[in-house]
Write a protein that binds this ligand. Sequence first.
Ligand code: GLY
Ligand code: MN
Ligand code: MN
Length: 488
Amino acid sequence: MKHKVVAIFILILTFYSTFGQSPDLPSDFLNKEWHKERRQKLRESMPANSVAVFFANAVRNRSNDVDYVYHQDPDFLYLTGYREPEAVLLIFKDNQTAANGTSYNEIIFVQERNAMREMWTGRRIGAEGTKSILGFEQAFNGSLFKKYNVDFSKFAEILFYDFQNDVRDNPRDSADLYSLIEQFKVKINYPKKDNSLIAAKEQPKNNLNTRGLYPLMANLRGVKTKEEIELIRKAVMISCVGQVEVMKAIEPGMSEREIQGIHEFVFKKYQAEDLGYPSIVGGGHNGCILHYTDNYKPALDNKELILMDLGAEFHGYTADITRTIPVNGKFSPEQKLIYELVLSAQEASMKACKPGVEMSHLTTVSREVVNKGLVALGIIQSETEKHLYFPHGVSHHIGLDVHDKGNRVLEPNMAITIEPGVYIPNNSATDPKWWGIAVRIEDDYLVNKDGCELLSGYAPRTVADIEAMMKQPSPLQKFKLPDINPKK
Ligand code: GLY
Ligand code: MN
Ligand code: MN
């Protein structure tokens, strides 16, 4: 028996050390050439004689021995395709020469392979996989970073994001993210007392630059490549299907969490790995809470609207779509008036969306339409009146982040949202017939050369189309679970 256990153990170790990457991983991730080209583009935009340094995201502990599900830092993923923690990437403007005479302009230090650890937490690609799968020529185990001796004082600029000092040290791992950061600080002469350079009003008078990287990455990430657009289209379609299935399945008495579950089941059915952000599902008054993620309400009311803001994340790219629908399938006259006002604001901003336009202009356009409409409905008295019924801007980039990096002036191949809303909380200083009405309509768009393309039109947006879709049958209406409440 003992021999059998040892044999199985050896078999497992062999298995894990033979294959770097799980055979079940999708084969349609962005490929190594794509990531390499992105690094080259960044290099071209970097200042003379500089180095850019990026760290993988930290592993976050939930409690005891359970961590939150790991999510790579979007810049790190964009530049490398590496999905594991405990890694640092250096991109040089100019070629460097290694001690053995090798010339290189980028180098990455990654998490070491460890058969025992991989038995618990899954396969790691290690330095070898980082070479073969991700195409790096210079890839090493993190434990070698400490000895890596580029003279950082020779660079005119060292570009990096400042540290938030919120990374935990694993004292048993001298190549964890904490150690890599501490080793880097020593190498670059990071001021000991200044915990955060960003907090300091002035950048220190040395070659450390914690502000220069953001605009370079925003410039790059804001305009999507055709491969990224494909992934965004996929994330958007998946999220639209979620909205459609809920429109067919929803009934009064369902809970907010149940509705959330239908969306997220659809996401998973299409192999979306994650959510782009915590799902917002708010019935009635809860829709007025802009980032409502409690989703606690146990039974949706027959007469209320439900606001559903959810985005599937597919291969790193996220959608960001909101639909607001009547729980019982038919908008009341007041709900319809507010809904159509928000839709007309969105249509106006969509018409204004084209290259050369500032994103803030899209907010101005929506705001004008909403204010005019609120006056016409008697909800506010004048178009210039300050009010809280539309408290946010209407547009941001989407991509690897839901609020993605990108420049504020629109260019072709930017992916953005347009998302006006009107929220009238209970007890507002207006006729109670409007109370508890919260409407946001959020769609995703691709800027093209003379306007923008609506990507999320598969999910109905007009009153007529939503009401028609809500009449469609859903297989979920037949999906009944046993009553698990104890009999009284
Ligand atoms: N879901 C977050 C947002 O709409 O910006
Ligand atoms: Mn949004
Ligand atoms: Mn949203």
